[in-house]
Write a protein that binds this ligand. Sequence first.
Ligand SMILES: Cc1ncc(COP(=O)(O)O)c(C=O)c1O
Length: 422
Amino acid sequence: MSASQTQIASPIRTVNDLYSRMGKELDAAREARTYKIEVPLDGKQGGVVTVAGRPVVMLAANNYLGLSNHPRVLEAAKKALDKWGYGLASVRFICGAQSIHRQLEEKIASFVGTEDAILHSSCFAANEAFFTATLSSDLGLKDYRDAIYSDQLNHASIIDGVRLARITVKTTDARTYEHNNVTQLKQWLEEDEAKGYRIKLIATDGVFSMEGDVAPLPELIALAKKHNAVLYVDDSHSTGVLGKTGRGTAEHFDVHGQVDVFSGTLGKALGGAAGGYIAGKKELVDFLRQKSRPYTFSNTLPPPIVAAALQAITMLEEDSSLVTQLHHNTEYFRREIVNLGYTILAGTHPIVPVMLGEAAIVQDMSRELLQEGVYVRGLWYPVVPKGHARLRVQISAAHTREDLDRALSIFGKVGKRLGVIK
Ligand SMILES: Cc1ncc(COP(=O)(O)O)c(C=O)c1O
């Protein structure tokens, strides 16, 4: 019997049966407390937001510089709406793009230290596109294989991007190395020398969103150089955040210009709306304009977003006071939460994982914190390993000292009530 003739044991008989089974699965997720609940905000994103009519300190947004509601960013978006309109109503190769799209690509490239950049509708789309697009052509060669080495804790979009490449480009081998384990990666690259791979891609998040830790870029750069591999770094949580002037992981490690390719988002520090990019060598960016399917077959970014992101980067170029403020706020919160008796993952990033151990206590804490006036999200298995459940605090330059003190005082009160701290 061929595969197409295989008897299927359990067909879903009706479409209603499909929906009812989906409903049961959702009920099971609710029971297991893995169902994701969305809290409605009554107004704008900011250091303090309104939930059910009450002010709540926001510690769960990627609004690192507070730009999602900054007057200069809002003004730029409003002006662009009047000057450039709401949208382009097609994809770039059909209807073209505006000069501001190109300006933004050039500005991103200059900001992150590469020759050029290409916008995508999101960083998710950019990461999903990159691997398949890069490996999609034979480049005039025959009988080759390519290899991707990806950090175990990379963002879902890199994981999906690698999966897509593996499925659609049959010449792709892909392996996941242990988180930040440069020794393992080095060993694999050395072993793989004999295989004569055509292209080797090393993919890592610049900052890992669950841990707030930074990829060891200097070691990865050295390995990539030695083994003639392309280093791909997703700086979504780093651009506007790390380094004295917010230029990301490369500035943090003083290796500006040495990373082959960056991806990043406009949906976090750079205004918080939406949009993503890939930045690298001119030839690579041009190649992606031809080969990236999410770029080619999806509308380009709306003008207000483009203008607002241009404004956000201009602000960072002019003056790094927001980045400095973010660093001060982060240092203060990290120090004071430890003084309260909490355990955090060490580091310097505004992602501050407050380690609580079990999922149930994280769920109780986040619920009671919200009731008292702090909005923070919990992460537990399977998102993080069993026994490593945590609250993921995210600090912003938009937080005043008063906001942070209020949050810390509520952390103290709720933690004592639930027996998490003494
Ligand atoms: C590391 C990383 N990469 C990519 C993304 C996706 O970014 P975007 O919202 O632009 O799709 C995220 C968002 O959570 C992220 O944390």
